[in-house]
Design a protein around this ligand. Structure first.
Ligand code: ATP
Length: 316
């Protein structure tokens, strides 16, 4: 067996959907408290970290499945993966010399936490590449400093999230849930969707969310998609549909073509349709594609950020 080059580490981390997202009123610090139930799905970002001699962090991007437009993703120090690498380097007391190659599969600005998955993958990859020896707990602390969705991508599975979504409690799922994702060809800015949510609810008394929806937790614990379909909820959905009304007919198409339920994922514009099982998801994805919608069958819970066995042949 040829030994793998030791100077490269490849890590995958999952995108997420929020099967329940309750959003509180705007806080004085500008953030919103949420009560969310995250589900990691089998759509993975891959980050390959390779040693290099240049200064700082170099970022490159690819779109291995030819589905994710890469415009708008920073390739400099602002990339969330680069920020993650610097955080590991700082904690490990070393210089952040690394080339991060990101193979993107999660839609950009799609409400699925793709940038957060890149950051989670980069944390694990740099820790491994540099033999930094940080525990999963230490990586989770760094993740929380990078963004609200980064700790969840690190952890994967299913979790209830409070605070800004970063105070996570793992949730057991009885069985895999099958979904069809319909990514949009454009993104929605998460801050704009929150601002629109505030505007739409300006005359409504909005309570601080204090706990994840118990009905959703019960449906996940029972593994019954029919039960879950009746309780899926996303407080950001009205604002996402206001900002992108072209999503309405796609939501209707998914339901007409057999989805148990459909929803906007997080701040959108990706749509997530729940199917009864794997066969149902494959049939629904095919039917949506036949009507001209890009559709992907996925399942969850999926594992959190994990080192893959060998370096990607495609990484430069
Ligand atoms: P979330 O649901 O976590 O708010 P999202 O899925 O809507 O996120 P992302 O794809 O994570 O959106 O990225 C949102 C913005 O973050 C992008 O438009 C881009 O400007 C910036 N960004 C920084 N790093 C990355 C990255 N590695 N991948 C994608 N976007 C990134």
């Amino acid at each position: 067996m040829t030994p793998a080059p030791s100077a490269s580490v490849r890590v995958q981390a999952p995108g997420k959907i929020n099967v329940s997202l309750k959003v509180g009123p705007p806080r004085p610090d500008g953030y919103h408290s949420v009560a969310s139930i995250y589900l990691a799905v089998s759509l993975f970002e891959e980050v390959t970290a390779t040693e290099w001699d240049g200064d700082g962090v170099r970022v490159s991007l690819s779109d291995p499945d030819g589905r994710v437009p890469l415009e708008g993703i920073p390739q400099d120090a602002d990339n969330l993966a680069a920020r993650a690498a610097r955080a590991v380097a700082k904690r490990a007391g070393r210089s952040p010399r690394v080339h991060l190659h990101i193979a993107k599969r999660v839609p950009v600005a799609g409400g699925m936490g793709g940038g957060s998955a890149d950051a989670a993958a980069a944390l694990v990859a740099c820790n491994e590449l540099w033999n930094a020896g940080l525990s999963r707990r230490e990586l989770a602390e760094l993740a929380a400093g990078l963004g609200a969705d980064v700790p969840f991508s690190l952890m994967g599975g299913v979790a209830a999230g409070l605070g800004v979504g970063d105070r996570l409690t793992p949730v057991a799922a009885a069985a895999p849930l099958h979904w069809v994702l319909v990514p949009a060809g454009y993104g929605l800015s998460t801050p704009k969707v929150y601002a629109e949510t505030d505007r739409l609810r300006a005359d409504t008394a909005v309570a601080e969310p204090v706990q994840a929806d118990p009905d959703v937790l019960a449906a996940i614990a029972s593994g019954n998609p029919g039960e879950l379909a009746g309780v899926l909820a996303n407080d950001l959905q009205p604002a996402a549909l206001e900002l992108a009304p072209q999503l309405e007919p796609v939501l209707a198409a998914g339901t007409r073509l057999g989805a148990l339920a459909g929803m906007v994922s997080g701040s959108g514009p990706t749509l997530a349709f729940l199917a009864s099982d794997e066969t149902g998801a494959a049939a629904l994805a095919a039917a949506l594609r036949a009507e001209g919608h890009g559709a992907l069958a996925v399942h969850g819970p999926a594992a959190g950020a994990v080192v893959l066995p060998e370096a990607a042949p495609e990484s430069p």
